[in-house]
Design a protein around this ligand. Structure first.
Ligand code: HAX
Length: 438
């Protein structure tokens, strides 16, 4: 058994009694109350999910296993010759809660490298897509195609104890994660390049190999590592994470669950916002003939968008109430590597202009930028200008967090998810009764 799997098993055994005790002794404890506003309003703030993989504080931003993003970047072992940590280290951290040593990270890299080979039929499925299919549609379908490989499904059909569900789920998770860079880079080659696949290099790490298969030179390997790490998880309630967890709760395997989570990520209010940011910026760029707008001109572009009833992509968040630390990490990288890039200057100007406008408009609860406001500019700078592809990059990263969650869902025996609905008439009745009491 690998060190990662052994450590994961140890952690699962230590954790199980905590969940069992909460369920057996404290099942009736009230945690929160729910209002009609929350029921109709997309369940904002309803505390009804549990995960130990990450936690999102509205003012501080995301913590992975208790570590802030700057701590994660400082503590995880770095890739050789790069300034960013290896993605393999994050996989170890999210699954076990421990910061891995260099040799533990090397072991995970080796393990993933052995699982990378993509069956031929996946390439054929990608090849068979009709022209103009969105890369997220192809990405989701390619993952679904792999479902026939599910180890969990085979074990489940043969009969397996609930206590062991996590084991084949873990195998599926690692097998799928190892293949995602191959799938993503082939979709890119097929849609936007000459369609020829660059062979995977087993000596490279997850991020380095992805950059290699995209055919882009360093520091794009660091861009890939940075990108996959910051997109990995954002606690359980966001659309992609929640979808992955919900589908997996029916004991659908990792392939079915991750394909579903990719579909959730493909919506413009969620993961597709990074493509929308670039589309918006390109519109401004074209109108300005490439010149940097003045603050006043940029303000006008922002107001024009708002006045036409559209949102400013890359700004606002359902939970965060401050600048997203994932935006800040990317900004720091951009200031170091692409500070003279004209699009970066646009993005920086927007950071100055948009928050006061959204505050003045008074609708958005969070006027600050989220991670999607920066992502595309970095990709564009390194030659990935086909912005429809950006959410695939997001999906590769997000799968790391969601698979870790699904493995733990299986380990702790979380049941089928099934919240209760009410009718509008029932809500009106409750509202009337409560008003009468006041
Ligand atoms: N521009 C204009 N209006 C905005 C806005 C923005 N960036 N953000 C929120 N608002 C508006 C909402 O549309 C809503 O208007 P109505 O009352 O007319 O419906 C109002 O402000 C209140 O919304 P909210 O409570 O602040 O925000 P929500 O929790 O409902 O929605 C969203 C959060 C992220 C969907 C929202 O801020 C938005 O649409 N942002 C732009 C798209 C975007 O950047 N999405 C990516 C978010 C991060 C992510 O998940 N990445 O994957």
């Amino acid at each position: 058994m690998s060190t990662l799997k052994e450590k994961l098993y140890e952690k699962i055994e230590q954790h199980r009694p905590r969940t069992e005790k909460l369920l057996k002794k404290h099942s009736d404890v009230v945690v929160d109350q729910i209002t009609i506003g929350q029921i109709i309003g997309g369940m904002r703030g309803v505390k009804s999910l549990v995960t130990d993989i990450s936690y999102l504080d509205p003012n501080e931003g995301i913590r992975y296993r208790g570590y802030t993003l700057p701590e994660v970047f400082k503590k995880l072992p770095k890739a050789k010759g790069g300034e960013m940590p290896m993605v393999e280290g994050l996989i170890f951290l999210l699954l076990t809660g421990d910061i891995p040593t260099e040799s533990e990270v090397a072991e995970v890299a080796d393990e993933l490298s052995k699982r990378r080979i993509l069956p031929r039929y996946v390439y054929e499925v990608i090849d068979s897509f009709p022209c103009c299919s969105h890369p997220m549609t192809i990405f989701s379908s390619a993952i679904m195609t792999l479902q026939r490989e599910s180890f969990f499904t085979k074990k489940y059909s043969a009969g397996i104890s609930k206590m062991e569900y996590w084991d084949p789920t873990y195998e599926d998770a690692l097998n799928l994660l190892a293949k995602l860079p191959e799938i993503g880079s082939y979709i890119y080659a097929k849609l936007y390049r000459d369609g020829k696949r660059i062979q995977s290099d087993p000596s490279r790490d997850f991020g380095g190999n992805f950059a290699h298969m995209m055919g882009i030179k360093p520091p794009y390997d660091d861009v890939a590592r940075l990108h996959f790490i910051i997109h990995a998880d954002h606690e359980s309630g966001n659309v992609s994470a929640h979808t992955g967890h919900l589908v997996a709760s029916s004991l659908a395997d990792v392939y079915l669950s991750i394909s579903a989570m990719i579909n959730g990520l493909a919506g413009p209010l969620h993961g597709l916002a990074n493509q929308e940011v670039l589309r918006w910026l390109q519109g401004v760029y074209d109108k300005m003939d490439g010149k940097i707008p003045s603050e006043e001109e940029m303000r006008q572009f922002v107001w024009d968008t708002l006045n036409s009833g559209q949102v400013i992509p890359g700004y606002g968040h359902a939970v965060l109430r401050k600048t997203d630390p994932r935006y800040s990490v990317q900004r720091e990288f951009s200031l170091k590597h692409l500070k003279d890039d004209p699009l970066f200057k646009y993005v920086d100007l927007l950071y100055k202009v948009v928050p006061p406008i959204l505050q003045e408009q008074g609708k958005a609860k969070n006027p600050w930028p989220n991670l999607d406001a920066q992502t595309g500019v970095i990709q564009w700078h390194y030659g990935v200008t086909e912005y429809d592809f950006y959410t695939v990059l997001f999906g590769i990263g997000r799968a790391i967090g969601i698979t870790a969650n699904i493995v733990w869902d299986r380990a702790l025996g979380y049941p089928l998810e099934r919240p209760k609905s009410l009718t509008t008439e029932m809500l009106e009745k409750v509202a009337k009764e409560q008003s009468a009491k006041k």
